[in-house]
Design a protein around this ligand. Structure first.
Ligand SMILES: [Zn+2]
Length: 239
């Protein structure tokens, strides 16, 4: 494996491909920074690229309505890619996708992405598995938002972000967390204080540190494990 290939394998979907396929696909991948708050897809706009993060976290927002602040409907990190609507033949993005935790990765122009999917059935199978896992994440999130307490949902959100960053801490303002959870800032403040009081996180000036990972998992609803396990089942090397 050459060094370019070993770099590409920092994305776990690309890591599932055999060497020849990865080498071929790699020619269409351009290294890209993922800058904090960068908008990768905009609502109802054409999707010009597919993105494969190596590090960092992308946040998918539901379509805005006049009355509400957009709420997060899914997250994407190095375990996945941005471009499932492209894969499924959509021309325009259903919602906004932006960089929640900065990082880096690769971008692939939409035309090259379509060509690569056509040329490499194993790439298509990997992407199908990922599309299923992402669907489970989004649909379980919908049920979770309706059924589970804000403390549990907050713990779930922190865990899924922790899974996608290096190390134990990441930048996060309470205002942002409130948007992500679709809750009032005062409520999120209260929940964060409670999690901190229990020794599960440390929260200082817009930065979260996970101090007791097991405790945080115990505080989350079962949705966290359910989604994580589905990802583990789907994202395995193809025969
Ligand atoms: Zn839940």
């Amino acid at each position: 494996m050459d060094s370019v290939q070993s770099d590409l394998r920092a994305n776990r979907l690309l890591a599932l491909l055999d060497g020849d396929t990865l080498q071929s696909i790699g020619r269409s991948l351009e290294p890209a920074r993922l800058e904090l708050r960068q908008l990768l897809y905009q609502e109802a706009q054409p999707m010009t690229d597919a993105w494969f993060p190596a590090e960092g976290v992308l946040s998918m927002l539901g379509a805005a309505s006049a009355a509400d602040t957009p709420i997060e409907v899914g997250t994407i990190g190095s375990e996945g890619m941005l471009g499932v609507p492209l894969l499924l033949g959509a021309q325009r993005s259903p919602g906004v996708v932006f960089v929640q935790v900065e990082g880096s990765g690769w971008r692939m122009p939409a035309a090259a992405f379509h060509a690569a999917v056509q040329a490499h059935p194993s790439f298509l199978r990997v992407l199908h598995g990922y599309a299923h896992a992402l669907f489970v994440q989004v649909s379980q999130g919908t049920a979770c938002n309706r059924a589970h307490a804000v403390e549990q949902r907050c713990a779930r959100w922190l865990l899924q972000t922790h899974d996608r960053v290096r190390g134990n801490s990441f930048d996060l303002t309470q205002e942002f967390l409130a948007h992500m959870l679709g809750e009032r800032r005062a409520t999120v403040n209260q929940v964060a204080s409670m999690l901190q009081h229990r020794g599960l996180i440390r929260y200082t000036r817009g930065r979260i540190e996970v101090t007791d990972r097991d405790g945080l998992e115990a505080a989350a609803c079962g949705c966290y494990r359910f989604v994580r396990d589905e990802y583990a089942r789907m994202l395995v090397a193809q025969p």
